[in-house]
Design a protein around this ligand. Sequence first.
Ligand SMILES: CC(C)(COP(=O)(O)OP(=O)(O)OC[C@H]1O[C@@H](n2cnc3c(N)ncnc32)[C@H](O)[C@@H]1OP(=O)(O)O)[C@@H](O)C(=O)NCCC(=O)NCCS
Length: 194
Amino acid sequence: MNKINVSKRSRVLFLDGDRLYLRPIEMEDVHNFQRWINDPEVRRYLVTRGPISKLQEAEFLRQMMGSANHRIFVIVLKEADRAIGTMGIHNINWIDRTGTTGTMIGEVDCWNKGYAKEAKKLLLRHAFMEMNLRRIETAVIAENKASIKCQEACGYVREGLLRKKVFRTGKYLDEVVLAIMRDDWLELQRETQG
Ligand SMILES: CC(C)(COP(=O)(O)OP(=O)(O)OC[C@H]1O[C@@H](n2cnc3c(N)ncnc32)[C@H](O)[C@@H]1OP(=O)(O)O)[C@@H](O)C(=O)NCCC(=O)NCCS
């Protein structure tokens, strides 16, 4: 793995990947988050629908930062130290040991380069090996092929279909529920390590 070099230690880095790293969100990120979440291409399949003001976004970030039940990160490319999106675990239940993941690669020119997959693999390792979670799930609009492929490539399996759950682009669309269990993730690690 291409570890970050010592001269770059001044970066705030929480999870270290090959081409990217994950760091905590800061209030200075509000501009990027607001820009990403309002972009019609980016928000097409997201839960949020309305226009999001800087104040609303700042309030959202403040809530996330102050809550033990959400753990969200900024995804940063090592090259040029460019913030390209966000990924996190939401609605963490510390008794059931479950959480829900969410991802937004806000910079559209960074889509389809494997960044979401790389970030998700880091996040799952953190969830299972450091947070001691047991089950991670997500719900994805069925038309969002990139997101479904990304989850499946990381080991999530389809558990169900919520028929005509959300109204988008003039029609009701199905949602796919996917999840990954810690034991299955451990098995995948054993397989990939030979
Ligand atoms: C969905 C999203 C997170 C995917 O991120 P990404 O970095 O482009 O995904 P990756 O490059 O890691 O690709 C993951 C898989 O999806 C595939 N893929 C990427 N874009 C695709 C597309 N437009 N159509 C079909 N498959 C696509 C890749 O080939 C890859 O498949 P593979 O594992 O077979 O190689 C990103 O497009 C995004 O943030 N979209 C806007 C917000 C959003 O919809 N978030 C998800 C809400 S559930």
